[in-house]
Design a protein around this ligand. Sequence first.
Ligand SMILES: *[C@@H]1O[C@H](CO)[C@@H](O)[C@H](O)[C@H]1NC(C)=O
Ligand SMILES: *[C@@H]1O[C@H](CO)[C@@H](O)[C@H](O)[C@H]1NC(C)=O
Length: 983
Amino acid sequence: MLIPYAALLLASATLCHALGEQRFISFAPPGVSLLSAPILVDEGDFKGVQIAAQSLSDDFRKVTGKPAGVQNYTSNVNASMAIIVGSLGQSALVDGMVKEGRVNVTGLEGQWESFVTAIVQKPVKGVDKALVIVGSDKRGTIFGVYTLSEQIGVSPWYWWADVVPQKRKEIYALPVRTHHGEPSIRYRGIFINDEAPSLTSFVLDKFGPVYNAEFYKHVFELLLRMKANYLWPAMWPSYPEPGNSFFVDDPLNQATADEYGIVVSTSHHEPMQRATNEWLTSGQGAWDWNSNKAKITEFFRVGAERAKGFESYFTMGMRGAGDSGISGSNPLAILEEVIATQRDILKENGEEDVKQVWALYKEVQAYYEQGLEVPDDVTLLFADDNFGTIRRLPTEAENERSGGIGVYYHLEFVGSPRSYKWMNTNSLGKVWQQLNTAWLRGADQIWVINVADIKPMELPLSLIMTMAWNGNYVTKDSIPDFLETYASREFGTEYAKPIANLLLGHSHLVGLRRHESIEAETFSILNYNEADRVLGEWKNLSDTASALYSKIPDSSKPAFFQLVLHPIKASYTFLDVKVSQAKNSVYARQRRNSANKFAENAIERFNDDFDLTEEYHSLLGGKWNHIMGQAHYGYTSVFHPPSRDMISGLSYVQVRQDTVPALGQMGVGVEGLVGVRPGLFNEGSDLAKPSRDDLAPGFLLPPIDPYGANRYIEVYARGTPKIQWSVKAQYSWIILTPSSGTLTSDRPDQRIEISVNWADVPIDFIGKNALIYVNSTLGDYEEVRLPVNNRNVPGGFNGFVETDGHVSMEAAHFTASTQSPLNSSSPHYEILPYLGTRTNSGGIALYPVTAPSQSPPASPYLDYSVYFFSQKTTVNVTLYFTTTLDTDPVRPLMYAVSFDQDAPANTTRLLAQPATAGDLPSGWTDAARDGVWRRSHTFTSSGAGPHRIRYWALEPGIILEKVLVDLGGVRGGYLGPPESMKI
Ligand SMILES: *[C@@H]1O[C@H](CO)[C@@H](O)[C@H](O)[C@H]1NC(C)=O
Ligand SMILES: *[C@@H]1O[C@H](CO)[C@@H](O)[C@H](O)[C@H]1NC(C)=O
């Protein structure tokens, strides 16, 4: 495991704009001015270094208005200051300087992708002074060059996101020697996948008719600028036929990748450097090893020969046709034969040392767990569950494999249970937790990230590639610092902080649930103000982003739109459509006039969404046309994304018509209930279906007490007349805001907040109902019952207090623990503040990630003190765990919990043992989309009074977010009740 230059970086993490790097450039003295310094390279150096040097020259033009100019060094060069770039052992220019002892490259030789920068006096004949960048190898030099680019202010995304560098009049090289050691992950890059319709339409439009080298050069350059090196090219067998084949679409693709310095591999099911589409168009019959061995072997051979001389990472093994499981009665035997054949081919080709990877994706992981033998020098590539949760990490024995271990991770996906490929819906906290764990557990040979159309994933991909370059740079607590550094790199320091806050807010909200899995009903419009709370948070972000957009300089607006405004505004719009649909549906049942308003809002916002897409597509004269073209409204029961946006199920009320006189023109809505209640005749039944089922409790509010939320009722128009209404409470200590008003066509609904002045409530007013009278001048009359509980916790109690029949606690807010000092190396709990899918405070897990298994009761625990008023003797405790999976075949995720006891009754495995080793556990389909596992335990309680829940995490990797005690009052909602009061 590599821990490069960590200490240096942590100190400067928030100051420097280069992600994961030590700074060696500044824009003010002291230092050596780089203005008009030519870039000197050696004519014998790698072509990729020459390409990077040209990019650097152009980056100087972007920043200073003048290119630096690249020259092959000759003794005729004459410069007072230069930038000298070269690779150890490949650049005679650099080797000469090293030999003469002019540049200190101690520790560099033999390193992987490392580089040194230094200011050197009289480096070579004709040059007085130089900033020298020496790479340990080809990419080490290239990364050094692009680090300089980033530090002078050119973002890796300058082309991809139109990030405009700040103009500089002065650029100085600091008088420091820096040594950027080996990256944390050896091969790190992307999989361009599921690329139709968006990216493919874009490429066809801008680069035409295939994914050619002109397009891929932008990909290669982006990867190198992010210090990545590895690519699975686009390969969808989709429209237009026959789909994409990197190797044959443009014969220059493979060679250009190699020149640039990109290691080409192929997706998990495309072995031997061949695209699936090559097979599909070859007319060679079935992709079936048993029946078509000879032709498939020949197909493999062509791939190996074609790749000769290029830096490649061979994908091994085989899946069935169309990325499905392999067919045949003994798949293990087939796979072992396939891989033996593939290795023979490589051997015959004289390439037995070539890098090889085998993706243990879906069923192949199960075969592996069943004993499939994979040669030791083949990299094992473990995968996530397609939804960002890693399924397997190396054991100690596997960490000894010479081929090493990698991870295939998804930021987008097409498949079950539901595709998500519109925009970035990844929680940075979750991504960080998963990949940081992967690194610390030794999965450091390959990280390949499925990024779909690339562009929407700018932010999470930047985080991941920074982590892959320097695993120590971003910590669980420093995600906001990372975002601020990222934002200042893209937009300058002035707006960095507010932008970082916006991106952090975005990450939190998309972390609740991916957009594609949000239905109109997901967030409750009836309970806990849930839908309005989430929508309100999106609205705040969107309003702030829009306000900032108007302030930032015009030159930065396109980048801001792409990186900040669109992701937030489109998300807000999306949820607004959904919540409007939900309100429309319920309000129409209640025959509210306002139902139509929400129908219209849903349609208006649906159109806003398309306007936003069009705005994106028309940016900068249409540069990004098509890129946001993925339809995202109208999912059905299948996993496929919609073919075209569609919303359904809107309801309309005939607002020119009155409600039958017996029921009255004013309705009363009660928190938590969809009931359509009578108005004029309190005892009458509502003839308008389907309201009869909850007639009796129809006017019963949830209870109110000193430790919980206020309540509300609503009055609403359900007829044509203007309605004057008033409300009055039975007791003066009930406060109704507002208490009277008029329902008009502009304002057909009014919410009335109900609060209580507890100081004035009689001491024994417990479990009794207070009445709220609702009247209209049309004669409507209603009585709403409000259960009031004037209960008080005795002094001396510290902890969470029951309200409304439950106690809800965020796990990070434990009341006591056996916490050892933070950062201690012995097992202890740490809060992951930015990962909460159900909380604002994140989750809590056992650290370090390599801690041994724990055994209760002696091992570290967390206590949650609760106070019950309820006399219930059976209580239900639900634990919400972040969706993680068993990543160790012999150490499943375990926890223990107790109620009022020092020891747990038993210890619990979080996930059911799958029927087949390597399969996903039952319940995963929901957990993948919910972001949490819910686990309920029933305990016996002695009734009212203080109690204690004790929790033990018995393995690292199990993350507790929320503890919910149900005393009979928990009502429906996605997030569960908000946190109860802690005293
Ligand atoms: C430097 O030399 C190489 C090899 O001859 C050549 O390909 C390259 O174009 C030269 N670069 C410049 C800037 O002249
Ligand atoms: C070269 O750099 C290394 C690492 O910073 C340092 O330990 C060593 O003293 C330097 N050597 C010289 C000759 O300056």
